[in-house]
Design a protein around this ligand. Structure first.
Ligand SMILES: O=C(O)CCC(=O)C(=O)O
Length: 240
């Protein structure tokens, strides 16, 4: 318990934590294959310009495969340590990077700083916050692929967000100090989802996929500016 408290403090300080071996080899291989199967079935929502193919329906289509990722025992201490019973699954999204991939610098919860300011006007309102747990299914070693963060990017508001000037925002992200992670198959990166980040392949022919569970605390109403849509209320509180 004491160790867990220390790790939550570390997560709050750094904005991210890499959990090595969060999934067993068996879980990793099974989900890797199911994500590839989803692509074979054509279940993707689309493939964007930076090389990211995304799937929003997998938890509903194959709950036996994907539900174990929600509040997984090896990430639960972090989620529960941060949010307790209020931890709510917002969405589960899988990604495959079929070809070259250099993600745009982005935040999953773009509206974080806006909401934070907004609630100052209302004594009973609370600022929402969110967490990503991103599970990786291949080894992202140096020369293969990585996940990059703007160091400390969760602490101060980045410029050029409201309204979003994407080229200037990305230029700013690029000019900051970075942290580069190389998550391996079965690892999970838990991070505060208003932290600017960018995934990439360093080798175009690398097989690369991941599954992202977005969590939120309940003041997150439908209209907040976030990359994913909320699943709704019923059945979305894994620890309640
Ligand atoms: O590693 C990647 O491809 C980026 C993952 C990402 O954008 C996320 O977890 O929100």
């Amino acid at each position: 318990m004491e160790d867990n408290k220390a790790n939550v403090a570390q997560l709050l300080e750094d904005g991210y934590i890499l959990i090595e071996g969060a999934l067993s080899q068996e879980e990793t291989e099974n989900i890797r294959q199911r994500v590839n199967y989803a692509r074979e079935q054509g279940w993707e929502e689309g493939l964007n310009a930076v090389g990211n193919m995304w799937f929003d329906s997998l938890l509903d289509r194959e709950p036996d495969t994907y539900a174990p990722l929600v509040g997984h025992p090896n990430v639960r201490p972090y989620l529960e340590g941060l949010m307790g019973k209020q931890c709510q699954l917002r969405s589960l999204r899988a990604h495959i990077n079929p070809g070259p991939y250099l993600q745009e610098w982005h935040m999953d919860f773009y509206g974080y700083w806006h909401e934070k300011r907004y609630v100052e006007e209302y004594p009973f309102a609370m600022a929402p916050a969110g967490i990503n747990t991103t599970y990786y299914f291949q080894d992202n070693g140096p020369g293969d692929g990585h996940l990059k963060f703007v160091q400390g990017g969760h602490i101060n508001e980045p410029p050029h967000l409201y309204p979003l000037d994407r080229p200037k925002f990305e230029e700013w992200c690029e000019s900051q100090e970075h942290v580069i992670l190389y998550p391996k198959a079965g690892d999970c990166v838990v991070f505060i989802n208003h932290m600017p980040h960018q995934g990439a392949k360093e080798r175009d022919d690398m097989e690369r996929s991941n599954v992202v569970c977005h969590y939120q605390v309940t003041p997150m109403y439908d209209g907040v500016w976030h990359v994913s849509r909320p699943r709704g209320y019923q059945g979305t509180f894994p620890f309640a």
